[in-house]
Design a protein around this ligand. Structure first.
Ligand code: 5GP
Ligand code: MN
Length: 315
């Protein structure tokens, strides 16, 4: 399968890369690895703003942010990365490509592509992309390509902290260092380069932190008013959810962000026992065993009650 995908990408005249909305380091890293490897024939499209911390990756400033699919040019291949469901790409029109290739690591992937390479046992999509690019041509894996792949692996394992971190993660990381990655540069760019407004928002959000169900569930949220007060943006809330799971005794953390349009975006994190992808699926979302999300058309308080009840049933 990887050989087949490598061949298709190598011979294609044009490739458009897509990933889910609210892009994270794995989404951006995977797509920019492909961009930096195949160069001019690749266009990367994002349905939303790229979090500022990922702008250090080569090619990040060339990502096209689109609001209407009319802005997306026809391409021979649509390569969808790190995306469990094509519904997470707003207005996605597969008819603008000859072939749709879906490369992902979410257990809830819907196999929406013409070719589907889904490996739920992998810590990141970027490491699957690494396999494909190595098959295509190892000599084209530049330090920049390697840095994009490393960033996907590094951020999806929470800096090699989450339960998806294993021997293989370190082997791949070590291989990427051989290709020229500087781990402390990536660490500093990702986790020591936050805009100050994010910290102002975090301070407001942390004041909403609460425990439920004998301390097994923690919740925290961000309202529109907090965005206004802090001057921060929705993409600045990446990783806020980790403060909920960081508390001793907490099995599941819930983070809720008020959406501008209407409704809320929910992030769920668990330590080991609870499969939050299953819980998110109950609400039309998805994700991984220990990290998942969904969107709900209700208020923050309603979402909080709904989720606390749903999670309780899994404890
Ligand atoms: P986050 O909470 O950081 O947004 O997402 C955690 C994980 O769940 C990520 O792998 C993300 O792709 C997935 N996820 C988040 N929201 C949704 C959603 O609404 N639908 C699906 N299918 N997956 C989601
Ligand atoms: Mn991922």
């Amino acid at each position: 399968m990887k050989e087949k995908i490598a061949k298709i990408l190598d011979s294609a005249e044009s490739i458009a890369c897509f990933f889910h909305k609210n892009p994270d380091g794995d989404a951006v890293g995977s797509a920019l690895a492909v961009k930096n490897f195949f160069k001019e024939k690749v266009e990367v499209y994002s349905p939303g703003i790229i979090p500022e911390v990922y702008m250090f990756l080569k090619g990040a400033d060339g990502i096209r942010i689109y609001s209407d699919f009319d802005e997306v040019k026809r391409a021979e291949v649509f390569l969808v990365l790190d995306c469990a469901d094509d519904k997470r790409i707003p207005h996605f029109d597969r008819n603008k490509a000859n072939i749709v290739i879906n490369v992902d690591h979410h257990e809830t992937n819907t196999f929406f592509g013409d070719i589907n390479l889904v490996e739920p046992d992998r810590a990141s999509t970027s490491e699957i992309v690494f396999d494909i690019l190595k098959v295509a041509d190892v000599s084209r894996i530049s330090p920049e390509v390697a840095e994009c792949i490393y960033t996907g692996l590094y951020t999806d394992t929470g800096g090699f902290k989450f339960s998806n971190t294993n021997k293989r993660s370190f082997e791949i990381a070590s291989e990427l260092v051989d290709y020229g990655v500087n781990p402390s540069r990536v660490a500093s760019c990702v986790y020591e380069s936050y805009p100050f407004r994010r910290m102002r928002l975090l301070a407001l959000s942390l004041s909403t932190l609460e425990l439920h169900k004998d301390g097994k569930i923690a919740s925290m949220y961000v309202t529109w008013d907090m965005f206004k007060k802090s001057g921060a943006y929705p993409e600045d809330t990446e990783d806020f959810v980790n403060y909920t799971r960081a508390i001793k005794g907490v099995e599941v953390g819930i983070f809720i962000r008020e959406l501008f349009s209407s409704g809320v975006k929910v992030s769920l994190r668990s330590k080991s026992k609870v499969n939050v992808a299953k819980i998110a699926s109950l609400f039309g979302g998805g994700g991984h065993f220990n990290a998942a999300g969904c969107e709900l058309n209700c208020t923050i308080q309603e979402a909080k009650n709904l989720l606390i009840n749903a999670v309780s049933a899994f404890l």
